[in-house]
Write a protein that binds this ligand. Structure first.
Ligand code: G1P
Length: 291
């Protein structure tokens, strides 16, 4: 099976939970320590072997695309002043990695946003990274953990992989929650201390606690067979009046089987004011200690 080198990062959300910070600055560019939040997400993708990143955005989000482009005027000015090292540090994106943006048009939900990337992704299998979630880059080995594990598991097994994390009862209503399969043979272990991958029976999007089938929440990292696009194209609006990615995943499960991968390390929600502030403090503290 061809190794996955494409990833979709949906960036079209208005970030209403981050107002007023997100009123004129895309929430994905808000800082976590000394970098914009999306910087870590793109680094994570690249560490796992991704070469083509497709941002799905809208007209107010072009600053994100600019962040990953070279600002030739700034570059010239810095170099004229002898600040080559600073200029080089801004051009950190490897030469063999491309970042492009496509627009979602109508904001019809996460499933619709992922489908909007189809013209660029084409026939390739691909990863999806939700930029609200930032995985701890200080304690996680990004080249080996989570996304890299999921890409390898997909290559070995052929099943799409969805990253999940155990959450507290009070958190289940915020996430897609996994219903595990009862099939005992479904377990696939790579390494007893690391990520594990299990067959999953389905997902419930943002359930009430009483209806949650487990406490395993979808973290926002997915590795998909290209077949997901056909299901997304047939998915209609459901929870919250939106075209949900979880509904298309359920359809994929019924025909092909999908696995959940348990997460290593810690995740931070940078899309919610309270957890964003906690994440900012943590990232800043780590970077101040490293200086
Ligand atoms: C989305 C997904 C949900 C997932 C969550 C992770 O929801 O629909 O299944 O658990 O991201 O952050 P959103 O937070 O975009 O409403």
């Amino acid at each position: 099976m061809k190794k996955i080198t494409h990833a979709v990062i949906p960036v079209a959300g208005f970030g209403t939970r981050m107002l007023p910070l997100s009123k004129s600055v895309p929430k994905e560019l808000l800082p976590l320590g000394n970098r914009p939040a999306i910087h870590y997400v793109v680094e994570e993708a690249i560490a796992a072997g991704i070469k083509h990143i497709v941002l799905v955005g809208h007209s107010q989000k072009s600053a994100i695309e600019n962040y990953f482009d070279i600002n030739a005027e700034l570059d010239n000015q810095l170099r004229q002043k002898g600040k080559d090292e600073l200029a080089d540090s801004l051009n950190w994106l490897p030469e063999d990695v491309s970042v492009s943006m496509i627009r979602q048009g109508k904001a019809l939900g996460l499933g619709h946003a992922v489908l909007a990337a189809r013209p660029i992704i084409g026939d390739n299998d691909f990863a999806v990274l939700l930029p609200d979630v930032v995985l701890d880059p200080f304690k996680t080995d990004l080249r080996r953990d989570n996304l890299a594990f999921m890409i390898n598991a997909f290559a070995k097994e052929g099943h799409s992989q969805i990253l999940v994390e155990q959450v507290a009862d009070s958190e289940v209503h915020k996430y897609g929650i996994a219903k595990l399969s009862n099939d005992d043979d479904s377990e696939y272990k790579e390494d007893a201390n690391g990520n594990q991958s299990f067959r999953v029976a389905g997902f419930v999007e943002k359930p009430k606690l009483s209806q949650a089938p487990s406490r395993l929440a979808v973290v926002g990292r997915y590795v998909f067979s290209n077949k997901i696009f056909a299901y997304l194209a047939n998915t209609t609006a459901s929870v919250g009046g939106e075209i949900q990615l979880t509904d298309a995943i359920d359809a994929l499960i019924s025909e092909y089987g999908v696995n959940v991968t348990t997460m290593r390390g810690a995740s931070y929600d940078a899309g919610d004011m309270r957890s964003y502030m906690q994440a900012f403090i943590y990232f800043a503290q780590q970077q101040l200690t490293d200086e």
